[in-house]
Design a protein around this ligand. Structure first.
Ligand code: NAG
Ligand code: NAG
Ligand code: NAG
Ligand code: NAG
Length: 538
């Protein structure tokens, strides 16, 4: 052992290992970076020649580089492993080290720097032999062992991958034991503001409101600039990370934050959990239930003065309704001034739309339309046909074009919007089509009315697709063949009888020879269909 040690020292001493050449650090790493490493502020300047941090008066130069293949989408940068040499400083011993850099976004890098390496006997220092991550067994470092570098001169990045829309949030600060502050006015607004200097949705505004009973809560409004988001696996779970910068914050330690969420949380209340770091680092985030700042976001409608109603809807359509379509099923609530559509998107998620009455003429109603969680405030026109029993028919025109600032100055601009959105032209692309297609609201639950036709009929089904036809269904699993009875006459049956003319019974496979207990019916029992000569068409 001792011999070996000596041999190694000797080797080091007398045969300074040779590594040749140099390499350029790729352009997507160039810039001025900030990272917080073990409680210290580190500023690193990277250019093609060197990787220079303020730690001491040394700097790193690239000797060899390996660009890892990018399994994912086309990105603007790559993960690399570099063999670097430490230059400068007072230590005369040459120090080589391996640096792994994970490119996350144009503003975020995560890196691991290994210790100085010494050549083992029989091998020289080279990227392939000396860098751990070149061994497929180890691979690139996981996020917990990297430091996160935040670019100080930010590149502009659209917030869409981080936040889009309007949210209310509750927040809980990990330290101080204050508890959860759930104030209705604590909101995140990530919207593209027409005419604002932040045109491309590069910032979002986070408004904190204080809860009297939560000592760690605060009144503060922060405008965060998005630094991009990325996907990374931690403890076997794939999380979405995002980095943001408070551009007016002077203290760099407080300026950058790392955030983390799980995509597709499938929360029954349509809520989204995020955690946010206190300092510029991502390792403090280990799950959406643990972190320095825990946020629970709830989508809300964008705040707008146009949700204040300025007219009334037809009085007799107030109430609960539903719509049914091949793709969506909505529950609709109507009061004197507003219409609310709640549409299920899948088992877990739903979409809420609110309409508010603004102007009306005849059957046309100019409505403000907002979607919960979205930024847009639109004007649309609804043409509502007078209610008939349990049915309301309506159609919606194309959204009104956006008004210019000048038009908005006009006190009567809503009339301008009405003329635009509620022109009969806005309901159709082709003015010759007079066979309007209406949407239908069905009262929920429907108020029964007697059917205009009564009696018993059999029927023939014509359908485009076989599965559109009526089929016999028995609650639970329908067994086929149904019961062990010999049914000699199977007929289709549709009936609405005088005992309850508000209902129509339909049975595509009515067994006429047995009664409902499966007992045979006498030859002349039951109904006879043979005299049905009247026909109905549906
Ligand atoms: C970098 O590596 C990580 C994990 O090893 C991977 O998830 C990511 O997609 C890679 N990024 C690029 C730009 O190749
Ligand atoms: C280092 O390894 C990579 C792939 O693992 C290979 O393409 C390259 O040729 C190797 N370089 C040397 C000098 O062995
Ligand atoms: C009508 O409904 C809207 C939204 O559903 C609600 O904000 C408003 O307060 C309701 N108006 C009345 C008079 O109940
Ligand atoms: C047109 C037709 O089939 N009429 C029959 C209706 O039923 C009675 C007895 O139930 C027959 O006598 C008719 O011939």
């Amino acid at each position: 052992m001792a011999v070996l040690q000596t041999a190694r020292v000797l080797l080091l001493f007398f045969l300074p290992v040779m590594v040749w050449g140099s390499c350029n650090i790729p352009a997507y790493f160039h810039g001025d970076w900030y990272s917080r490493e073990s409680g210290t502020d580190i500023k690193t300047l990277v250019n093609a020649d060197k990787w220079d941090s303020n730690e001491d008066d040394t700097q790193l130069e690239c000797v060899d580089i390996f660009i890892h293949s990018n399994p994912g989408l086309q990105q603007d940068g790559n993960n690399v492993t570099m063999l670097m040499i430490k230059t400068g400083g007072t230590n005369l011993n040459t120090c080589y080290m391996c640096v792994d850099v994970l490119w996350r976004t144009p503003n975020i890098l995560q890196y691991r720097q290994e210790d100085c390496i010494t050549a083992r006997s029989g091998s020289q220092i080279s990227l392939n032999d000396s860098c751990k991550s070149m061994n497929p067994w180890y691979g690139l470092p996981s996020i917990d062992v990297t430091f996160t570098m935040f670019k100080q001169s930010l590149e502009k990045i659209n917030c869409v991958t981080t936040f889009e829309g309007v949210y209310q949030f509750s927040y809980e600060v990990d330290t101080g034991g204050g508890g959860i502050c759930n104030h209705p006015d604590s909101q995140i607004k990530a919207c593209q503001e027409p005419g604002s200097q932040y045109v491309d949705n590069e910032v979002f505004v986070m408004t904190y409101r204080k809860c009297l009973d939560v000592s760690t809560s605060k009144n503060e409004q922060i405008r965060y600039q998005c630094m991009g988001s990325w996907f990374a696996v931690r403890s076997g779970i794939g999380y979405t990370y995002a980095a943001v910068a408070d551009t007016v914050e002077q203290d760099t330690r407080e300026k950058f934050k790392c955030m983390m969420t799980l995509k597709n949380q499938k929360d029954a209340n349509n809520q989204i959990r995020w955690v946010m770091s206190r300092f510029p680092d991502c390792t403090s985030l280990s799950g959406v239930y643990r972190g320095p700042l825990k946020l629970v976001l709830t989508r809300i409608a964008p705040p707008t003065q146009y949700m204040i109603p300025r007219c009334n809807l037809p009085r007799d359509i107030a109430g609960k309704w539903f719509t049914q379509g091949p793709e969506f099923k909505s529950n609709v609530a109507v009061n004197e001034t507003h219409i609310h559509f709640n549409t299920g998107l899948n088992e877990f998620e739903f979409q809420d739309a609110f309409y508010s009455c603004q102007q009306t003429l005849g059957t046309r109603y100019l409505m403000t339309k907002v979607l919960v969680g979205k930024c847009e405030v639109d004007f649309v026109c609804m043409d509502i046909v007078p209610r008939h029993h349990s049915i309301v028919r309506y159609r919606i025109g194309k959204p009104a074009r956006r008004l210019s600032d000048k038009e908005l100055q006009d006190a009567n601009y809503l009339e301008t919007v009405f003329r635009d959105a509620c022109s009969w032209m806005s309901f159709t692309f082709n003015r010759d089509i007079i066979d309007w297609k209406y949407e239908v609201l069905i009262q929920n639950p429907p108020t029964p009315y007697p059917c205009p036709v009564g009696g018993r009929y059999n029927f023939v089904q014509h359908a485009d697709k076989e599965n559109e036809k009526y089929q016999t269904r028995i609650r639970g699993v329908t067994q086929k063949p149904r019961v062990q009875v010999d049914c000699r006459i199977v007929v289709s049956e549709m009936k609405s009888c005088s005992n309850d003319l508000t209902k129509i019974f339909v049975d595509a496979e009515y067994c006429e020879t047995v009664d409902y207990r499966g007992r045979p019916i006498g030859e002349y029992g039951g109904y006879s269909l043979s005299n049905t000569t009247n026909q109905l068409l549906f």
